[in-house]
Write a protein that binds this ligand. Structure first.
Ligand code: UD1
Ligand code: UDP
Length: 392
């Protein structure tokens, strides 16, 4: 019996690690599964834990309003020191590129506990974009013993950094496992759809509005490098687009970071209700968010995870960033980088709303990021390693 510890702390990590937690828990004869959350996010993390019914064994509860990178790094590092001393797992699983994952990987390294990196090998080759995520994943990649890459390209990125090919497995992204679970749940349960619609109406957006010819642009934003001028441009673009297209609804579930909310208030005022076809709402629980994404026409975002989910649902994604570590959907033509320039955002959203042919080309459903079986591949690989142990 091997002890596996999975560590995560933010909303996207939780969404992407939840199916893996479930899959390990099902193998209870082979693995003892321990979940440690750092609480880098609080409310947004708890939404995901509730949805997937995950009860953490450890909760470092580190979040502070307005925390900076030093706060998060030091609090995770110290918190993990103590948890790892108590538990000493055989393998520590971290995910992606957050400061939680890098600080937890470093804490494990300091106690010589092998690290398994899920969503390994994504690169932009610009350490300031996204910041600090590109450096976070480089560091975690150097520490990790095993690398679970979502795509062939991410495996190649690691090979170029001289990572041993036997320690890199292409699994697909576990977000597609989570997405399949959610989409399946909504598809088989008509009552659930009705409940989600009612909850969404309570949270500020009535999907019944879309029953006629109205279309929906779904918006999210939170990247650190967009704070300040970038977010100001995004908000001005949204204001003008919502006035230019009164027959289109713009729905923006706002990240809880005050740096995201400040420019929204600066551009739209203190009261964000009664803005006509522009809807600012609280962060949505994952089921509800996917329910809404399925109903959307275009997704406008700077998110990483949404770039992976939306193509699977056939939704064109305009990415408000200058770089992406997920070029697969870009190459396939379902994702486009638009940066945070006001004119580019207004121009590209208008183009997709006005030009049916351009829209058709971008809205082909395809899934370069996985087939929903990533977690099974990760567990198979680790089970093999246990059966035939190798020097770490
Ligand atoms: C973090 C990750 C980023 C990831 C993003 C996903 C780092 C450095 N950044 O960025 O890689 O893409 O999460 O959303 O690891 N807050 C709350 N409640 C919550 C969540 C956030 O109030 O549930 C507020 C707090 O004021 C907090 C602030 O948001 O201080 C920023 O949170 P933080 O985790 O530091 O940064 P994110 O921008 O969310
Ligand atoms: N998401 C959610 N509710 C929301 C907005 C996003 O559940 O209101 C989900 C989304 O489907 C995706 C993840 O959160 O799986 C993305 O999180 P975020 O954009 O905060 O982080 P990133 O992926 O950029 O690291």
């Amino acid at each position: 019996m091997k002890t596996i510890m999975l560590v995560f702390g933010t909303r996207p990590e939780a969404i992407k690690m939840a199916p893996l937690v479930k899959a390990f828990q099902e193998k209870k004869d082979d693995f003892k599964t321990i979940v440690c959350v750092t609480g880098q996010h609080r409310e947004m993390l708890d939404q995901v834990l509730d949805l997937f019914g995950i009860k953490p064994d450890f909760d470092l509860n580190i979040m502070k309003q307005g925390q900076d990178l030093y706060d998060v790094t030091s609090r995770v590092l110290l918190g993990m020191r103590d948890v790892l001393k108590v538990c000493r797992p055989d393998y520590l699983f971290v995910h992606g590129d957050t400061t939680t994952s890098t600080a937890a990987a470093l804490a494990a390294f300091y106690q010589q506990i092998p690290v398994c990196h899920v969503e390994a090998g994504l690169r932009t080759y610009d350490i300031y974009s996204p910041w600090p995520e590109e450096m976070n994943r480089l560091i975690t990649g150097r520490i990790a013993t095993y690398h679970f890459s979502p795509t062939l390209l991410s495996r190649v990125n690691l090979l170029k950094e001289n990572v041993d090919g036997d320690r890199i497995v292409v699994t697909g992204n576990t977000v597609i496992d989570a997405l399949h679970w959610v989409v399946g749940k909504i598809a088989v349960d008509a009552e659930l759809g009705k409940r989600l619609a009612a909850d969404l109406e309570r949270d500020g957006y009535d999907v019944e509005r879309l029953n006629g010819n109205r279309r929906l642009v779904l918006v999210t934003g939170h990247r650190r490098e967009n704070f300040g001028g970038g977010f100001h441009n995004i908000c001005r673009a949204l204001k003008d687009l919502s006035q230019k297209y009164p027959e289109v609804d713009f729905v923006y579930p706002m990240h809880l970071n005050p740096n995201v909310r400040r420019p929204i208030h600066e551009v739209f005022g203190e009261d964000l209700t009664h803005l006509g076809n522009m809807f600012f709402i609280e962060p949505l629980e994952y089921l509800m968010f996917i329910f809404l994404m399925e109903k959307s026409f275009i997704v406008l975002t700077d998110s990483g995870g949404i770039q992976e989910e939306a193509p699977g649902l056939g939704k064109p994604v305009l990415v408000m960033r200058d770089t992406t570590e997920r070029p697969e959907a870009l190459d396939a033509g379902t994702v486009k980088l638009v940066g945070t320039d006001y004119n580019t955002i207004v121009g590209q959203v208008s183009h997709l709303l006005d030009d049916t042919e351009a829209y058709g080309e971008m809205s082909k459903a395809m899934n370069p990021y996985g087939d929903g079986k990533a977690c099974g591949r990760i567990i198979d690989y680790i089970s093999d390693k246990i059966a035939t142990p190798q020097p770490e």
